[in-house]
Design a binder for this molecule. Structure first.
Ligand SMILES: Nc1ncnc2c1ncn2[C@@H]1O[C@H](COP(=O)(O)OP(=O)(O)OP(=O)(O)O)[C@@H](O)[C@H]1O
Ligand SMILES: Nc1ccn([C@H]2C[C@H](O)[C@@H](COP(=O)(O)O)O2)c(=O)n1
Length: 244
């Protein structure tokens, strides 16, 4: 995908029809969406689209341009000029903004703690939804299938996906996972330091998307009691059943 501003990238006819086999995965923060989706895509030889990375990259772009994140109109205006180039190879999912490699920067705490301000701006969501459908369509056509994960993929971005899954886990399990990832530990102090990045973010994000209960036709996979490989197997099982 060339680095054209998002608004011109989606100025061609909207709502691209999906191509290939599309696996849509939503869920709350820390449920394992990114890591599980990436592994499922690798196993199936499919493309992988991390839509959260798109919201994170836009947040990086806004902060880089000193846009006031508390001003929704300013954030929406910045989204119109957003020069995003995001890859869909699960082994090397690059994220470039205006040519700058931001793949690591978008994982920093300053982004995680402010991304919801950007993701709750409705015109931003509509712009990214159109771009996401365009990316899904291209990637699905190129690789025969694509695994797409986020918060509103099963309900808003790709309700017409071949398989729709809500990947969930208890708050306790999600806090412990993210705490281990960030602090190498899941003791009381680490879990409490992680809470803002899980619970507070989900609270804000759930004002614009439904990702804690499965919509009609969406299959719930609760990973609270599963390890990583078990979660991947559970998703692959659902995909295999749908393809049979
Ligand atoms: N079933 C599992 N059991 C244990 N750990 C897991 C499991 N699934 C994922 N993890 C680990 O939990 C952490 C969070 O996973 P991941 O980043 O994939 O979640 P996420 O849902 O994409 O979160 P976010 O929406 O905040 O980006 C990672 O360190 C991942 O390796
Ligand atoms: N389809 C999506 C994907 C992500 N978001 C929001 C929710 C998160 O706060 C943020 C970053 O997502 P993450 O990388 O943590 O999965 O983006 C959304 O609203 N819709």
């Amino acid at each position: 995908m060339p680095q054209t501003p998002v608004s011109s990238a989606v100025s061609e006819p909207t709502d691209h029809p999906l191509s290939g086999f599309v696996v849509a995965i939503d869920g709350p923060s820390g449920s394992g969406k990114s890591s599980v989706s990436k592994q499922v895509a690798r196993t199936l030889g499919y493309a992988y689209l991390d839509t959260g990375a798109m919201y994170r990259a836009l947040t990086w772009w806004c902060l880089d341009r000193h846009v006031d994140l508390d001003d929704p109109a300013a954030v929406a205006a910045a989204a119109e000029d957003f020069p995003l180039d995001i890859g869909t190879d699960p082994d090397a999912p690059h994220v470039l903004v205006g040519g700058a490699d931001v793949a690591e920067a978008i994982r920093e705490t300053r982004i995680s703690t402010s991304v919801s301000k950007v993701a709750t701006v409705i015109p931003v969501r509509e712009l990214l939804r159109l771009l996401q459908r365009q990316l899904i369509s291209k990637a699905g056509a190129a690789r025969g299938g694509v695994v797409v994960e986020g918060r509103d993929i099963t309900t808003v971005v790709a309700p017409d996906a071949s398989v729709r899954i809500l990947l969930t886990a208890s708050e306790e399990a999600r806090l412990a996972r993210r705490s281990r990832e960030l602090h190498g530990d899941a003791d009381e102090t680490s879990v409490s330091a992680t809470r803002a990045q899980i619970v507070d973010r989900d609270r804000l994000d759930s004002t614009v998307s439904v990702f804690t209960v499965a919509a009609d036709g969406v299959t719930t996979v609760d990973t609270s009691e599963l390890d990583f490989d078990g979660s991947v197997r559970a998703v692959l099982h659902i995909v295999a059943a749908a393809r049979a």
